[in-house]
Design a protein around this ligand. Structure first.
Ligand code: ATP
Ligand code: MG
Length: 437
C-alpha cells in the first residue's frame, strides 16, 4: 500500500503505542490495577498540569527533576505551570485539599498516567512516560511499607516477571539526616576537585543528590563515602530491622544497598528499588519509600506516607521479551457472511454472543468471503463461522476451529447458547474467565 507521511512529526522522546504491541500495555495496566484493587487500593486521578511550585517544593530544588527536567511554562494568565514529572506531590495535594477531613484512614490509593521529564531520550528513558503507583497515607508503621513491597512483588509475579532484585536502604528521619549530611558533605568537599560540574553544584545545595549522578567517574568516587545506615538513630535502625524481619517472614528476598538514596528530597526512613538486569544493564523498574514529612513541609497536616512508582515502559520492555500477552487465551469468534440475508443474521449473532460475554466480530466494510477469512486469520480469531444462503436454508451454522480446522455444526436458532456451553465445556476455567472479562 502507498505510504503516506504527515507534514508534522511526533515530538522527540514521546511515543505512539500502536496495535498489536499496545495489547501488552493494555493487559499490563489491567494486571496492575486489579492487583492493587485486590490489595485494597482505590483509584485516584489528578490533573497533568500543576502549579510549578508544587514540584519545586516537593521534589526539592536540588533534584535532577527540578534542576533540568521539568516542562515548565507560563499559562495565559502568567502563572508558572508544569506538566507533572511524577505523581506523589499531586496525589498528596489532592488528598490534603479534597479528602483529608472525611477520608477513611489509612488511605490506600493507586494511580496510573503519563509523566513528563525533559531528559535525553534513550532506551527505557522517554520525555513522556507512564507511571503506575500507589501511596498509603496515615499509616506510620513499617507494616505499611511491607504492604507496598508485597503488592509490588504480587504485580511482578502476576505479570510473570522473575529475576528482579529488591534493594532496600535505611536513610533515617530528619533528626539523623543532619549528622549524615554533615559527614557526607565533609567527604565530598575532600574530593571536590574530582567531581563533575553538576555534582560540585549539588554539593552546595544537597550533597546527598551526588549519589544520583549517572557519570561513571563520579560513581567510582562514591565507593568510600559514608553510608546512611551508619548514621541512623536507634529508632530508625529498629524499624529497619523490623522491615527486614517482616520481609523474611513473607519469603521476600532483598539486598541492603546502602547507596540508594532516591532522586527526590522528600524521602525519609526507608527507600527501596526493584532492579532488573536487562541486556547487561541494571534497570530500576520500581522505586519508592517513606515520606512522612512531605505533607507538613508543604503546609499540610502531619501525615505519615509511603508509596512507590513503577516505570510502566520499562515493565513493558521486559514483557515484550516474555510471552505475557501471548499466554492469555482470549477466545474470539469471527462471523463471516456470504449473502445479503446472511448479513442480517450475522449482525444478530454477533450481538447475542457479546451479550453472553463471548468476544465476537464481523465484517463492516462489505468484503468478499476470502477477504473476511484473511482478516480473521490476521487478527488471530480462534473460531470462524461462515453463514450463507445454504446454511440459512438448512438452519445450521458451522463453527470452524482455526487451529485444527475442525468444524462443528450448530442449530442456528440456539447457536449462541450452544456455543457458549460448548466453549465452557471445552476450555478450562481460567481460559473461560478471560472469555467473560
Ligand atoms: P532514574 O534514576 O532512572 O532517572 P528516577 O529516580 O528519576 O530514575 P523516579 O522518579 O523514582 O525515577 O521514577 C520512578 C520510575 O519511573 C523509575 O524507577 C523508572 O522506572 C521510571 N522512569 C523515571 N524516569 C523515566 C523516563 N524518563 N522514562 C521512562 N521511565 C522513567
Ligand atoms: Mg531520573
Amino acid at each position: 500500500m502507498k505510504k503516506f507521511m504527515f507534514l508534522v512529526d511526533r515530538i522527540r522522546g514521546m511515543q505512539d503505542i500502536l496495535p498489536p504491541e499496545s495489547d501488552i500495555y493494555f493487559n499490563a495496566e489491567l494486571v496492575m490495577r486489579s492487583c492493587a484493587e485486590f490489595h485494597g487500593f482505590s483509584f485516584i486521578r489528578t490533573p497533568v498540569l500543576e502549579f510549578t511550585e508544587l514540584f519545586n517544593r516537593s521534589a526539592g530544588d536540588s533534584s535532577d527533576i527540578v534542576q533540568k527536567e521539568m516542562y515548565t511554562f507560563e499559562d495565559k494568565s502568567g502563572r508558572s505551570v508544569t506538566l507533572r514529572p511524577e505523581f506523589t506531590a499531586s496525589v498528596l495535594r489532592a488528598v490534603v485539599n479534597g479528602l483529608y477531613g472525611n477520608a477513611v484512614w489509612p488511605l490506600k490509593l493507586m494511580y496510573f498516567g503519563p509523566c513528563y521529564r525533559y531528559e535525553r531520550p534513550q532506551a527505557g528513558r522517554y520525555r513522556e512516560f507512564f507511571q503506575f503507583g500507589v501511596e498509603i497515607f496515615g499509616a506510620p508503621l513499617v507494616l505499611a511499607d511491607l504492604e507496598l513491597i508485597c503488592l509490588a512483588c504480587d504485580i511482578f509475579n502476576k505479570l510473570g516477571l522473575r529475576n528482579f532484585n529488591l534493594e532496600i536502604n535505611a536513610i533515617g528521619c530528619l533528626n539523623c539526616r543532619k549528622n549524615y549530611l554533615d559527614a557526607v558533605k565533609k567527604f565530598f568537599v575532600s574530593i571536590k576537585d574530582k567531581l563533575c560540574e553538576t555534582c560540585k553544584n549539588r554539593l552546595n545545595i544537597n550533597p546527598m543528590r551526588i549519589f544520583d549522578c549517572k557519570n561513571p567517574e563520579c560513581k567510582n568516587l562514591f565507593k568510600n563515602a559514608p553510608h546512611t545506615v551508619d548514621f541512623v538513630c536507634t529508632e530508625c535502625l529498629n524499624e529497619f530491622e523490623d522491615l527486614k524481619k517482616l520481609l523474611e517472614i513473607n519469603n521476600i528476598e532483598y539486598i541492603v544497598n546502602t547507596r540508594i538514596v532516591r532522586g527526590l528530597d522528600y524521602y525519609t526512613k526507608f527507600v527501596f528499588e526493584f532492579v532488573v538486569n536487562f541486556d547487561g544493564t541494571d534497570l530500576t523498574v520500581c522505586g519508592g519509600g517513606r515520606y512522612d514529612n512531605l505533607s507538613a513541609s508543604l503546609g499540610g497536616p502531619d501525615l505519615p506516607a509511603t508509596g512507590f512508582g513503577i516505570g510502566f515502559e520499562r515493565i513493558v520492555k521486559l514483557l515484550q521479551r516474555s510471552n505475557f500477552s501471548k499466554n492469555k487465551q482470549k477466545i474470539k469468534i469471527y462471523i463471516a457472511y456470504l449473502s445479503e440475508n446472511a448479513k442480517f443474521v450475522a449482525a444478530a449473532i454477533v450481538s447475542e454472543l457479546r451479550d453472553l460475554g463471548i468476544k465476537a466480530d464481523f465484517d463492516i466494510v462489505g468484503r468478499g468471503i476470502k477477504s473476511q477469512m484473511k482478516y480473521a486469520n490476521k487478527l488471530d480469531y480462534n473460531f470462524v463461522a461462515v453463514i450463507g444462503d445454504g446454511e440459512l436454508n438448512k438452519n445450521i451454522i458451522n463453527l470452524k476451529n482455526m487451529q485444527n480446522s475442525k468444524e462443528i455444526s450448530f442449530n442456528l436458532d440456539t447457536f449462541s447458547k450452544d456455543i457458549y456451553n460448548y466453549l465452557k465445556k471445552s476450555f478450562n476455567k481460567s481460559e473461560f474467565d478471560i472469555l467473560n472479562s
